[in-house]
Design a binder for this molecule. Structure first.
Ligand code: NAD
Ligand code: LMR
Length: 330
């Protein structure tokens, strides 16, 4: 007998990320090849016609896991009964902008969506924000959904995590599968801190595997990962889409189905006081996950080099939180 369907709500469904994401969800890459899904897709009114075209293409794939597809421009209707909400819809930055520059333009989207989730989503709702600035948008949604447990709101730093793994693998001359225990700390912004000191290559310290090359860490690894989004915008003329879709899918998959044994991943989750980072923002941490719950990996050594950079990124998150407070969004 087939499993009961999971209702997945996705926003920004006619946009670039969703043009990759929706087809992979429908194919079973996120929740498994035996898990039927109901797709509920949100767009703004002017994009509904384009979304109808995307739905025609989904239909034309005849995915046997897709039980139904609903589209609309009303978050109250689209989030009704949702078990998982992937909040992708927001304006992307263009050349020369920082992600934080989008706060005012995109922040308001997340007040309305937080309220709609609060009032209509299923009791087991999990919410993942990809739309930028992702951490603070997730905070806005969370604060506008007081009836949903705070930890159900995550923001995406899995793309940064995957980018960091790829850079270390390349430098160490190993396949990406050899790189484990990577962590992104802080904000999905140019201040994020990819932590090579706790990462491993074939089970050994990654820093050793890259020849203890601190110069490479400081002048190549950190800026490359921190500014990868901008480099893609410069090269492609548009922000990352397929890799962002892949990361969104991997985050949701690991959150609901579990991180593979022995390894951890990076996810931006509400701060708890762990690693001296006080409650009040949504920051990236090393986490293990199972059944929709995330646990921060405790006890990692944070050297001086790391501490200063983690603190700077968290300070930026606190500034963003203060800015959206001033805007009346939280
Ligand atoms: P896009 O412009 O191609 O698509 C965004 C879609 O969102 C558009 O179709 C738009 O109509 C829709 N939208 C806008 N407001 C909406 C609302 N209130 N409700 C529902 N839909 C709405 O952009 P994209 O390339 O798909 O990127 C989407 C967002 O994801 C951007 O903010 C981008 O910066 C961000 N992003 C985040 C990461 C990350 O790692 N966190 C990575 C890549 C992109
Ligand atoms: C990314 O990291 O690729 C996205 O957040 C898009 C951007 O604006 O950098």
């Amino acid at each position: 007998m087939s499993k009961p369907p999971v209702t997945v709500a996705v926003t920004g469904a006619a946009g670039a990320i969703c043009y990759s994401l929706l087809f992979r969800i429908a194919a079973g890459d996120m929740l498994g090849a035996d898990q039927p899904v109901r797709l509920k897709l949100l767009e703004i009114t002017p994009a509904l016609q384009a979304l109808e075209g995307v739905v025609m293409e989904l239909d034309d794939c005849a995915f046997d896991l897709v039980e139904s597809i609903d589209i609309g421009d009303d978050p109250n209707a689209i989030f009704d009964g949702a078990n998982l909400a992937l909040l992708v819809g927001a304006r992307p930055r263009t050349k020369g902008m920082e992600r934080g520059d989008l706060l005012e333009a995109n922040g308001a989207i997340f007040t309305a969506q937080g309220k709609a989730l609060n009032d209509h989503a299923a009791d087991d709702i999990r919410v993942l924000v990809t739309g930028n600035p992702a951490n603070t948008n997730a905070l806005i949604a969370q604060r506008n959904a007081p009836d949903i447990p705070a930890e159900r709101f995550n923001a995406l730093t899995r793309l940064d995590h995957n980018r960091a793994i790829a850079q270390v693998a390349n430098k160490a001359g190993v396949p990406v599968s050899a790189v484990t225990n990577m962590t992104i700390w802080g904000n999905h912004s140019a201040t994020q801190y990819p932590d090579i000191f706790n990462a491993k290559v074939n089970g050994e310290p990654a820093f050793d595997a890259i020849g203890k090359d601190l110069e490479w860490v400081e002048s190549y690894f950190l800026p490359t990962v921190q500014k990868r989004g901008a480099a893609i915008i410069e090269a492609r003329g548009a922000s990352s889409a397929a890799s962002a879709a892949n990361a969104t899918l991997e985050h949701a998959r690991d959150w609901l189905l579990g991180t593979p044994g022995g390894n951890w991943t990076s996810a931006a989750i509400p701060t708890t006081g762990a690693y001296g980072i006080e409650p009040g923002v949504i920051s990236s941490f090393p986490v293990t996950e199972a059944g929709g719950e995330a646990s921060i990996v405790e006890g990692l050594e944070i050297n001086e080099f790391s501490r200063a950079r983690i603190d700077a990124s968290v300070a930026e998150l606190r500034e963003e939180a203060e800015a959206v407070k001033q805007l009346g969004l939280i």
